[in-house]
Design a protein around this ligand. Structure first.
Ligand code: ATP
Ligand code: LTN
Length: 332
């Protein structure tokens, strides 16, 4: 039986956080064996906010090596850099013509980022979800594993696929988001009402990065915002502690109820230390593996060339079909 197709990507817009790990990469490890997977480094998306070119190039390779260090296996999936497959930008243009300005400007992320980067509200920022739809639709992906914050974008991709199909005839598979349940949304350690984000640089204690060393991890958890009850219990009103519980369970592989039992009668100090230790124990081996892979440039380039070939082949197949459907002359 043919495997179902799955697509996901992460922007090289900053150092990856444990939110990216739990909400995205870690889920991919399991999925790569069940589905035909495409995993990309979304560098075209990253330039919708200002980037330093050298830093972007460096972070792109770091992200590829991190994928590999986490366990993404290029012999079973396609791992590539988005800008190396020009069909993404080409399909994005075509999809722009079936996207309404109203629906693009209603996207939560667009509104958030316009506020955050008010000096640079460029067309790319608004077009971001259309490019994301192009990514997904090019590969005829059925499932898109993302964190909860990206659900709205995948829904737009669904709407665009349905609209294009009804206007031009069946062309695209209509994708669905795959969102990890509770652990799907890791909040900032300093403001639990906000998601933990890799481009948040104002407060360095808000995010735990996959590259943080053990001491830094322990220190950040120690400083995490909590409440004054001193009781480790999951509840809507206790957003700080609930977030730490979610992180603990995601890294320990236990349920919230089990964690609550484990820390019954214990104070926040003990709990925070345990969360930090648990996270550090998972991250340390990933960090050394990433350093090893990053040092082997020949291997990295070889894997990326292979990924580019495989992605380009699938993408051009869809793009040619789209070009034919919309009425572009194809030379025969
Ligand atoms: P930026 O801050 O640059 O917008 P980001 O940290 O939100 O970046 P993305 O590249 O937008 O990261 O997201 C990569 C993946 O990680 C997506 O699937 C996204 O849903 C997921 N993700 C990001 N932040 C979190 C989070 N705090 N909790 C769970 N999943 C997350
Ligand atoms: N916008 C996404 C990254 C991304 C993506 C995609 C995710 C770009 N293209 C296609 C899934 C499918 C994000 O996670 N912030």
């Amino acid at each position: 039986m043919k495997k179902k197709i799955m697509y996901s990507a992460i922007q090289p817009s900053g150092k990856l956080t444990i939110g990216n790990y739990v909400g995205a990469v870690r889920n991919w490890l399991r999925l790569q064996h069940e589905y035909k997977c495409y995993f990309a480094v979304a560098d075209l998306h990253a330039i919708t906010v200002r980037q330093d070119p050298e830093a972007l190039r460096k972070r792109t390779l770091e992200l590829v090596s991190l994928y590999l260090a986490c366990g993404i296996d290029p012999s079973v999936c396609t791992l590539y850099i988005q800008s190396q497959v020009s069909a993404h930008a080409a399909l994005c243009w075509t999809l722009n013509t079936v996207t309404y300005v109203g629906e693009a400007s209603r996207m939560t992320q667009f509104k958030d980022k316009s506020q955050k980067h008010s000096d640079n509200i460029n067309m790319g920022l608004m077009d971001y979800p259309v490019l994301m739809a192009a990514d997904i639709l090019l590969y005829q992906a059925q499932y898109v594993p993302v964190g909860a914050d990206q659900k709205q974008h995948v829904e737009l991709a669904r709407d665009l696929a349905l609209r294009f199909n009804s206007r031009y005839g069946e062309t695209f598979t209509v994708p669905e988001p795959l969102i990890g349940k509770d652990e799907g949304r890791i909040a900032s350690l300093q403001d639990p009402s906000k998601k933990m984000s890799k481009s948040e640089t104002e407060n360095p204690n808000a995010s735990v990065y996959l590259s943080d060393d053990r001491d830094t991890i322990l220190r950040k958890f120690k400083r995490a915002v909590t409440d004054s009850e001193n009781c480790v219990r999951f509840s809507e009103e206790k957003s700080g502690i609930s977030n730490l519980l979610r992180i603990y369970c995601a890294f320990k592989g236990c349920t919230i109820a089990e964690a609550e039992r484990e820390f019954e009668g214990k104070g926040y100090g003990t709990f925070k230390l345990a969360v930090g230790e648990t996270v550090a124990d998972v991250l340390t081996p990933i960090q050394s593996e990433q350093a090893r892979i990053l040092g082997d440039r020949a291997y990295l380039n070889e894997q990326l060339a292979k990924g580019k070939r495989s992605a380009s082949y699938a993408a051009w197949k869809t793009l040619s079909e789209v070009y034919r459907k919309v009425g572009f002359y194809r030379g025969d």
